[in-house]
Design a protein around this ligand. Sequence first.
Ligand code: UD1
Ligand code: CA
Length: 450
Amino acid sequence: MLAVAVLAAGKGTRMKSALPKVLQPLAGATLVERVLSSARNLQPERRLLIVGHQAERVEDQLKPLGGLEFVLQQPQNGTGHAVQQLLPVLEGFEGELLVLNGDVPLLRADTIDALVNGHRSSGADVTLLTARLEDPTGYGRVFADEKGMVSAIVEHRDCSDEQRSNNLTNAGIYCFNWKALAAVLPTLSTDNDQGELYLTDTVAMLPKAMHLEVADPDEVNGINNRRQLAQCEELLQQRLRHHWMDEGVTFIDPQSCTLSEACSFGRDVVIEPQTHIRGRSEIGDNCRIGPGSLLENATLGEGVSVVHSVVRDATVGNNVAIGPFAHLRPAAEVGDDCRIGNFVEVKKSQLGAGTKVNHLSYIGDASLGKNVNVGAGTITANYDGVRKHRTVIGDNSKTGANSVLVAPISIGNQVTIGAGSTITKDVGDGALAIGRAKQMTKEGWAQRPV
Ligand code: UD1
Ligand code: CA
């Protein structure tokens, strides 16, 4: 049996933030969500989350994940005190307890698997992950022999100068034999620089403590301040970009682009500089995105180009050209072979295949058929100050430059709207509609007597 406990009760004082540290975001997911997902392969029987500082906020954020037991630690008197809260919760539990610090977000699932498997086969009371760091400042130092047996962990601030020169550091990830841990937990003392109960002190109390050194020290980066948050973001972004490069995506200037974990790409996609792809965006084969674009929860078919544009919560078909400077907003659905040109905003609207909105338009709450040509500056006036209303335009219709379509309104198939029209009444199939003041021209005006 395996139980996983994530320590997420700390305030994260060094972040200087109103947001609890474990809720800080990294590439679109919070630190604690990342930590939880690093244990996903193990399918533990119990998943415990120790909460304290802003406990409700942390719980609210994580409840939707399901299957979590929240354990309150109040006040927060150190990592050992945090795990002491599990004594009543795990009474009678037999098996291993995997403890994960809530601020170590880059761990790979394979690494956690190796830790638990190594622990099970060695029969140790505890096995912890370690790393040799070039700069171990701030981390607990691990004292071990060449066989991997650990005698003690000493926190950075409690180390002598000599102890500090040891660069074998504690990652904050431990696999315990729960019964052995439960026996020593109540005996922890606060005899240290911070006057807290340290989980790390249990290691010296357990008869057989071992460590597993990670091959890639980047994995065990702990986040205590915003510099470390930024470093982790950089590492994570690099991981994500490398993953997608291996899957057939070209990045012209990789460092200038960011991705989310949940986005996905087809083959031969080209990501131009300064492009950011967030949320659950799905990008089809042969798309070219950027430069300078932001996509969030965007679904793009194949062969779409997006230049200097923003696409959010929108769906786009195949072979569509978007931008420069277009804005697709939530529930925009753009069909195949459409063209969305400069300074065009589309919201909650469906555009049929081959429809073109090339210049300076607002299309909101509208249904456009196939091969509609929306003239420059056409506006769907969807809002009467109280409610939103729909505009419907049939196949093969054209609106002249600067048309205003006052919704609710229905324009049929093959309709032509004269330039500069304000259309307030429905127009049937095949008609020409013009709604503008007649032009008056006064000859010789410049020479008039004054
Ligand atoms: C801890 C380890 C250190 C290790 C480092 C790795 C201890 C005493 N030290 O130090 O050896 O090198 O992590 O990153 O464990 N938390 C609680 N309740 C508390 C205090 C903390 O739940 O009362 C949680 C925090 O939310 C955080 C985690 O425990 O997620 C670690 O706490 P933190 O204060 O960051 O420990 P470090 O000083 O980094
Ligand atoms: Ca920490």
